[in-house]
Design a protein around this ligand. Structure first.
Ligand SMILES: NC(=O)c1ccc[n+]([C@@H]2O[C@H](COP(=O)([O-])OP(=O)(O)OC[C@H]3O[C@@H](n4cnc5c(N)ncnc54)[C@H](OP(=O)(O)O)[C@@H]3O)[C@@H](O)[C@H]2O)c1
Length: 189
């Protein structure tokens, strides 16, 4: 998809209420896209930009809740339009080693950083195919997904990002085998 073809096309950015996601929202608005931010703190997304020509939308989605994700995509399709670009940016780090950490922290990291992306990728590809959109999915990863940083407290964060490497590559292969022109790539930070 060429950059000059993106005007008024719909982008979804997860984790849009802060950090890299918030900056990504502003960049996509600057190139003329309609941008929907997903995060729990919806009001922070709404207040990111004051003059956005009615192109910024926010949806309260807790990515650890699969139904909220599915409802979010459905809302975007019905109210804004089918998604062309999905930026899977949301991610959390919690210090939680295997030997001294807590199950709930492990689950929160894996659900937010990995499992939610399986759901968003599935929903996005389904909607793109239904609407004949050769879209693009970008999964934000970390060097921790590729290299061991030597910190046992980062084991679940690193595991979630290593798993994301594998999942992104496998989705790419599945799309290629379907002769789909939908792209999936990693954004490495
Ligand atoms: N910052 C870095 O140096 C760095 C380095 C390598 C990789 N990364 C990766 O880059 C991405 C963004 O990092 P960041 O530093 O910009 O993060 P951040 O500033 O901490 O922001 C995290 C974002 O994720 C959202 N989020 C967290 N849990 C969520 C949930 N359950 N449901 C919905 N949204 C949720 C937060 O929104 P709410 O709290 O409003 O829900 C927030 O918008 C992550 O995937 C991270 O692993 C960052």
């Amino acid at each position: 998809m060429m950059l000059n073809n993106l005007k008024d096309k719909v982008a979804i950015v997860t984790g849009a209420s802060a950090g890299i996601g918030a900056a990504t929202v502003k960049s996509l608005l600057n190139i003329g896209m309609k941008v929907v931010g997903f995060a729990r703190r919806k009001e922070r997304i709404e207040n990111l930009v004051t003059n956005h020509n009615e192109k910024l939308f926010a949806r309260s989605v807790d990515l650890t809740n699969p139904q909220e994700i599915i409802d979010g995509f459905d809302w975007v399709t019905k109210n804004i339009g089918p998604v062309h670009v999905l930026i899977n940016n949301a991610g959390i780090y919690v210090a939680a080693s295997v030997l001294n950490g807590e199950l709930q922290d492990w689950k929160n990291i894996m659900d937010t950083n990995f499992m939610s992306l399986a759901i968003t990728c599935k929903e996005a590809v389904k909607i793109m195919k239904e609407n004949n959109i050769d879209g693009h999915i970008i999964n934000i990863n970390s060097v921790a997904g590729y290299y061991d940083l030597g910190d046992p407290n980062a084991v679940m964060y690193r595991s979630s990002k290593c798993a994301l490497v594998a999942m992104t590559e496998n989705i790419r292969v599945e799309l290629a085998r379907m002769n789909s022109k939908i792209k999936i790539t990693v954004g490495l930070l």
